[in-house]
Design a protein around this ligand. Structure first.
Ligand code: FAD
Length: 396
C-alpha cells in the first residue's frame, strides 16, 4: 500500500512539537499504511526564536540544522510555501533555486508562525526580527562604546552609552536585561564607568505584564533594576532621529540606539495561502485545530486563531502555548485517523499561571496554582529557562 504523506509546514516550536507528537501517537502507521513525514520550511534550520536576544550581545548560533534535532525520521524540503490547494491536496512552494514546485499531502499541519511587528520606516531604530538584526544591534552598541571611550564631551559620552528598548513584553524585558549586563561588562573593559550605562525599557502600559501577580511584578521590577534596566511605564517611543527618541508624552531621551520589540503579528504569507483567515490574518480552526472547510488540514501555533470553547479565551502567541497545542494535535490526528472522538482544545493557563523570565544568567520564576503564589529568583530559574528552551527546540 502507498505511504500516507503527512506534511508539516513550519519547523518552529509548534511545527516541531506537532511532528514529534504525531510520530509518537501514530507510531508512524495509519490503518496499515506507513506515514511518511515531510517538514517544509523556508529556512535551512530551526530558528530558536526564544534565544533571539542572545546574538544582540554575543556571537551565538541560534539556527540549528534540521539533522541536529532529536526527532524521529522525516524528510526535509526547503521551500517557501505560497499556497495550499485543499481540494486537490497540494502544497505549492518556491524552492531554494527559486523554482515553483508542489508536493502532495494526505495530512497537513500549517504552523508558519508569526513575524515581528514593524514600526514605519521613518520611525528610526532597529527592529529585532532575526539573527541579522540581532548582529546589527550588537555591532552598533560595540561601536558606540568604543566611540564613548574616546569621547571628551560627557553628554555625548552618556548618549553613546544609552539604549532604549521599545516594548516591554517578555522578549523586551529579557533583551534589555541582557544588553544592560553585557554593556556594563564591555564598558568596564574599555575603561569607561560602567554605572554610566543606561538601558531604558519603554512600557506602553501602567505596569509590567498585566496578567501576573503583584508579588511577581514587584520582584521582576527589583531584579530588572539590579541588572541596570530603568523601566518607564506609560511610555511609548514615537520615533528616533539623530540619537533622540521622542516619547508619547513629549519628553525625549538621548540614545545611542533604539530597539523596537513591539509584538508579533500573524505571518503575512498566510494572506495568499488560500486558507480561511480571521480579519487580522490568523487561520480559522475549530476546537480540534482542524482548518475550516479544508479536510485533513490542521493549524496550530502563532498562525492559528485558537479559542477555548468553554471560556472563549483566545490563545496567546507564545512558545508555551504552541507546545501544548502540538501535544494535543498528536492525539487529535491519531483519533481522527482511527475515527475516534478527538480531544478538544482547553486554555493552557486555565488552572495554572507560570512564567519564567531570563535576566542574563539568572531569572525570575513564578507559579500560581491552588492559591499558592510562588516566586523564585537567582541562577536556578535561569538554568530552568535554558533547559526548557533547549527541550522545546529538540536539541541533542
Ligand atoms: C524576540 C522574541 C522573543 C520571544 N520570547 C518568548 C518567550 O520568552 N516565551 C514565549 O513563550 N514566547 C516567546 N516568543 C514567542 C514565540 O517565539 C512564539 O510564540 C513561537 O515561536 C511560536 O511558534 P510557531 O512554531 O507557531 O512559530 P514560529 O516560531 O514563528 O515558526 C514558524 C516557522 O515557519 C517557517 N515559515 C514561515 N513562513 C513560511 C513559509 N511561507 N513557508 C515555509 N516555512 C515558513 C519559519 O521559517 C519558522 O521555522 C518570542 C518571540 C520573539 C520574536
Amino acid at each position: 500500500m502507498d505511504d500516507l504523506t503527512c506534511i508539516i509546514i513550519g519547523g518552529g516550536y509548534a511545527g516541531l512539537k506537532a511532528l514529534k507528537q504525531i510520530q509518537e501517537t501514530t507510531r508512524g502507521m495509519a490503518n496499515g499504511r506507513r506515514i511518511r513525514f515531510v517538514l517544509v520550511d523556508k529556512q535551512p534550520g530551526h530558528l530558536r526564536k526564544l534565544r533571539l536576544f542572545r546574538p544582540t550581545t554575543v556571537e551565538e548560533e541560534i539556527m540549528i540544522p534540521w539533522n541536529d534535532l532529536v526527532l524521529g525520521e522525516f524528510e526535509f524540503v526547503q521551500g517557501t510555501v505560497r499556497s495550499v490547494d485543499s481540494e486537490k491536496k497540494w502544497v505549492q512552494y518556491v524552492d531554494v533555486q527559486g523554482n515553483d514546485a508542489q508536493i502532495h499531502y494526505d495530512l497537513l499541519v500549517v504552523a508558519v508562525g508569526s513575524t515581528v511587528r514593524r514600526p514605519d520606516t521613518d520611525q528610526g531604530g532597529i527592529v529585532l526580527t532575526d539573527q541579522q538584526s540581532a548582529a546589527a544591534i550588537r555591532e552598533r552598541w560595540h561601536v558606540n562604546l568604543r566611540k564613548a571611550a574616546e569621547e571628551t564631551n560627557p553628554e555625548e559620552q552618556k548618549r553613546l552609552m544609552t539604549i532604549a528598548v521599545a516594548g516591554a513584553g517578555i522578549s523586551g524585558i529579557e533583551t534589555s536585561a541582557e544588553l544592560a549586563l553585557s554593556m556594563q561588562k564591555e564598558a568596564a573593559a574599555l575603561g569607561l564607568n560602567s554605572s554610566n550605562i543606561s538601558v531604558y525599557l519603554l512600557n506602553s502600559h501602567e505596569r509590567l505584564l498585566s496578567e501576573v501577580s503583584e508579588k511577581f511584578r514587584r520582584k521582576l521590577d527589583q531584579e530588572l533594576n539590579k541588572c541596570g534596566v530603568t523601566v518607564l511605564h506609560n511610555r511609548k517611543a514615537m520615533r528616533e532621529e539623530t540619537g533622540e527618541v521622542t516619547l508619547n508624552n513629549g519628553d525625549s531621551l538621548k540614545v545611542g540606539l533604539l530597539i523596537w520589540m513591539i509584538g508579533l503579528i500573524p505571518n503575512p504569507a498566510l494572506s495568499g495561502m488560500g486558507l480561511p483567515l480571521t480579519p487580522d490574518g490568523q487561520v480559522l480552526v475549530d476546537e480540534c485545530y482542524r482548518v475550516q472547510g479544508a479536510p485533513e488540514v490542521y493549524s496550530i501555533g502563532d498562525c492559528a486563531r485558537i479559542v477555548d470553547p468553554k471560556t472563549d479565551k483566545a490563545e496567546q502567541k507564545t512558545c508555551f502555548e504552541a507546545g501544548l497545542q502540538g501535544i494535543r494535535l498528536g492525539k487529535i490526528v491519531s483519533a481522527d485517523l482511527e475515527g475516534q472522538l478527538a480531544p478538544v482544545h482547553k486554555a493552557s493557563k486555565s488552572n495554572m499561571d507560570v512564567y519564567n523570565i531570563g535576566l542574563g544568567q539568572k531569572g525570575v520564576f513564578w507559579i500560581r496554582k491552588w492559591g499558592i503564589d510562588m516566586v523564585m529568583t537567582g541562577k536556578t530559574p535561569g538554568k530552568i529557562k535554558k533547559l526548557v528552551e533547549d527541550k522545546a527546540s529538540y536539541l541533542r
